[in-house]
Structure formats: structure tokens, C-alpha cells
Design a protein around this ligand. Sequence first.
Ligand code: IPE
Ligand code: IPE
Ligand code: MG
Length: 236
Amino acid sequence: MEKIPQHIAIIMDGNGRWAKKRGLPRNVGHSQGSKTVRKICEAAWNFGVKYLTIYAFSTENWSRPQEEIDALMKLLRGFLKDAEKQCAENNMRVRIIGDISVLPEDMITSIKHLEEVSAVNTGLQFQIALNYGGKDEILRAVKKAAKKLANEGKNIEDMTTADISSSLDTAEIPDPDLIIRTSGEQRLSNFLMWQSAYSEFYFTDVLWPDFDKKDLEKAILYYGSRDRRFGGLSKN
Ligand code: IPE
Ligand code: IPE
Ligand code: MG
């Protein structure tokens, strides 16, 4: 493959429908979906992708039944527990984006620990969006940028888009080149709203638990066929 996106972001959708189709509880779909995450991390790295970001839990997902929220948090705890070993084995760096301050104390501690110990790793740069909402992130970033300007004795009128970009949770991460959404839905659902300004989009009907290396390859090939102009003129 010629053109490999440097950064792929994925809206992993369809876990519930995957389970429903099989007459199973939604939680089984989530646990199957978490297995897909591990496989796709490995596949993405093997294709030459440097940054992978996944949407695990949105600021709107708190409106789901408590039982489902608990099951999702349990899976995330399990991931955090195994992740240190996985990161060391695969030279992977993990960062969490989103507002983690409202999460239970034990989760915040494991997240901080994992981010710290994996920070030196130079393999796949893996971001998990957790209690993440694009609008919430932009609001927090604007407040942060405004405070910084005030501290420097500058006027609010001096604020630039670069000030906002560098105050986002993704400050050190390049914008996604390709955003994939599974399960046939074609919307952003509050994911990376600022960062997706010039992303390419790939939608597939495949449900997240069924998404595999071949599906990822198809998305990357599709990306390779796109002509990204960034508002300019085609170079071809
Ligand atoms: C995506 O699967 C996972 C999360 C949002 C956490 P869904 O749970 O949204 O699955 P569907 O859309 O109901 O099939
Ligand atoms: C988006 O999926 C959020 C995650 C994948 C974590 P949803 O299933 O929550 O989105 P909507 O409600 O269909 O837009
Ligand atoms: Mg969904």
C-alpha cells in the first residue's frame, strides 16, 4: 500500500446490535468488541500506522442504563490492568483523552500510572477517548487557552486557533487523517470535532465485534484513493 494514514481514529459502533442479532445481552457485544480493539492495535501497527485513537465512551453514554455503564467500566478496568504488560511487550504508548476527573479514584490512578510508564514507548501511540465529547473538550481548551493568555498579560483578542489546538487533550497528537465508523451509522457523535476538520471518512456496515484486519486494510486502501486538497488545488 502506498499511502498509509499516520493517524487513524475509530468510532467503534455496533456492539449492541452484534449481541442482539445473536440473542445475547448487549454486554457480551461490548466484551467481544474489546477483543477487536486488541487485534486492531496490532494490525494497525503492522500496516505502518503510528497513531490510533478509539472512541470508547462518550460524554453522552452516561445516559445508558446503569448496568451497561457498569459493564463498560469493568471492561475498561480490565484493559487498564492488562495494559502495562501489553505496552511493555509491544512498545506501545497509551494516552487517555476526555475528562477523566469524574471517574472513580482507582481508575484515575491506573490511568495516570499507565500513561506515565508507557510514555517512553515509541511504538503505536494509542489514544482511548473516555468520557470524551468534542464539545466538552473544545470548551475546556478555550478556558485553558484564555487563562494562559491572561497569565501572560495578553488580551483575549490575541487568541489564535493554535492556542486552542495546543490546549486540547490531543495537543501532542497530529490530527486524524482517517476516521472510520462501523455499523452503518454516518455521523460524528461528538468525536474529535476540532481535529476532524480535514479528515477523510470511511463508513462500513460491519459491526465493531466483526471488524478485522481485512476491513482495516479496505479502509486504508480507500484512504489511499482520496485526493486531499486542504482547501487548495489538486496536485495531480
Ligand atoms: C459501541 O457500541 C460501543 C459504545 C458506544 C460504548 P454500541 O453499544 O453503541 O452498539 P449499538 O450501536 O447499540 O449497536
Ligand atoms: C458513539 O457511539 C460513541 C462511542 C462509540 C463510544 P454511540 O452509539 O453512542 O452514538 P449514537 O448514539 O449512535 O450517535
Ligand atoms: Mg451505537
